[in-house]
Design a protein around this ligand. Structure first.
Ligand SMILES: Cc1cc2nc3c(=O)[nH]c(=O)nc-3n(C[C@H](O)[C@H](O)[C@H](O)COP(=O)(O)OP(=O)(O)OC[C@H]3O[C@@H](n4cnc5c(N)ncnc54)[C@H](O)[C@@H]3O)c2cc1C
Length: 371
């Protein structure tokens, strides 16, 4: 039988950030992940500078061995509509490859790693837990993403009754011919909103890799919408004609659109397991990292007493950071929303200050500081 102070289920950005912070304060942490790292994660792979700051990433060191594409501009518009380019004087985001980024963070965390091991069972063991009949821990953290088994154990109805974002993407290495034919620049990702404003498509170039995808509030006709988006990019000459069609799908929750229980006695959820992605952009890495760090702070303060009332400060920290969970506001009649969106996305001021700075870059919210 193995034991540890904290067992984290899931080694993505949420789990590894939490593990890293706990290890810095001397706790014995195990991270269990069903995948062997490096592993792929369906994701565009775009991070904001707050992630770099909160994790104290040494970008020069990281860039020596991994793709780190600085982003200084965006091309935006409606699918089939006009395009606008917005330039920034400095780096406002980075493109990373999740297979590299997640592996780097997990190895750096200093936790004991149980890779290729899925969480299959969890039972009470004294005041703590027995996982897979093999590991005991007084506290278990659910960091297993949207389909996290700890979230399921805590009562989440995974895949049912939850209004999830459905998304599909592909990331592939371009051949020299494809590189020549690709007009998308590494420093200028392209974002195009669906005509009904229920989602958007993106195209990011990271070194020789190209990532294309589309996410929507509903999965109605997702494949058709994606095909239409790719045709649009090809017609405008933005991407090569001969891209692979092996798109992968995934789902996740937007903060405030569904409320999963976040804490219980000896248990808490972080990242996608808790449903924390930003509602306007779908950015989930920053909330995953920040929730992992907030969970670690709460755990350290609890000093070994992990009854749910001792973990309540974690829930309060989430509300302070991401706002109260309210039912999503009505966005008005569809025809009006579409008309306004079409007009506003042609407007340079609105695109820079609202769409990009506020919705996508969250420049109004300072990076989280850790000790
Ligand atoms: C198509 C798409 C594009 C996206 N693009 C972006 C983007 O550009 N930028 C951004 O910020 N966000 C993006 N997101 C959201 C982002 O990917 C997630 O919010 C983020 O990965 C959440 O991190 P996490 O650590 O909570 O979960 P994950 O990264 O999903 O990690 C969960 C881990 O848990 C493991 N696991 C699952 N089940 C078990 C089990 N039973 N036992 C053990 N381990 C298990 C998995 O193997 C995985 O490694 C995108 C999402 C999608 C679907």
């Amino acid at each position: 039988m193995e034991s540890c102070d904290v067992l984290i289920v899931g080694g993505g950005p949420a789990g590894s950030s939490c593990a890293w912070q706990l290890r810095q304060h001397g706790l014995d942490v195990m991270v269990m992940d069903k995948a062997g790292f490096p592993r792929n994660k369906v994701c565009a792979g775009w991070i904001t500078p707050s992630v770099v700051e909160a994790l104290r990433l040494d970008t020069e060191d990281y860039a020596r061995q991994h793709v780190l594409q600085p982003i200084t501009a965006f091309r935006t518009g409606l699918i089939d509509g006009r395009e606008l380019e917005t330039q920034y004087p400095a780096t406002v985001s980075y493109g990373i490859r999740r297979c590299e980024f997640d592996d780097y963070l997990l190895q750096r965390s200093g936790a004991r790693l149980l890779q290729g091991l899925s969480m299959e069972s969890i039972k009470r063991h004294g005041s703590g837990w027995l996982v897979n009949d093999a590991i005991t821990a007084p506290l278990v953290i659910g960091a297993g993403g949207h389909f996290c088994p700890v979230a399921r154990f805590m009562g989440a109805k995974l895949g049912a009754d939850e209004p999830a974002i459905a998304a599909k993407e592909i990331e592939f290495e371009m051949s020299p011919e494809q590189r020549d034919a690709c007009q998308v620049r590494g420093d200028t990702p392209e974002l195009y909103f669906c005509q009904d404003m229920k989602g958007y498509g993106w195209c990011l170039r990271k070194g020789n890799h190209l990532n294309i995808g589309l996410g929507r509030e509903d999965n109605h006709l997702l494949s058709e919408q994606l095909r239409h988006f790719c045709d649009f990019l090809k017609q405008r000459g933005r991407i090569p004609q001969n891209i692979p069609d092996s798109f992968h799908g995934h789902a996740y929750l937007l903060y405030g659109h569904a409320a999963r229980k976040q804490i219980d006695d000896g248990m808490l959820l972080v990242g996608d397991a808790a449903g924390l992605a930003y509602p306007q952009s779908g950015e989930g890495i920053r909330p995953a990292v920040e929730s992992g760090l907030m969970a670690a702070t709460t755990i350290l303060e609890a000093m070994g007493d992990y009854r749910s009332k001792q973990l309540l400060p974690y829930a309060s920290r989430l509300v302070t950071r991401f706002g109260p969970i309210a039912s999503p506001r009505s966005t008005g009649p569809a025809y009006l929303r579409n008309f306004l969106a079409g007009k506003l996305l042609n407007n340079k001021w609105f695109t820079r200050h609202v769409v990009l700075d506020r919705w996508f870059l969250h420049t109004h919210q300072a990076a989280m500081q850790t000790t």
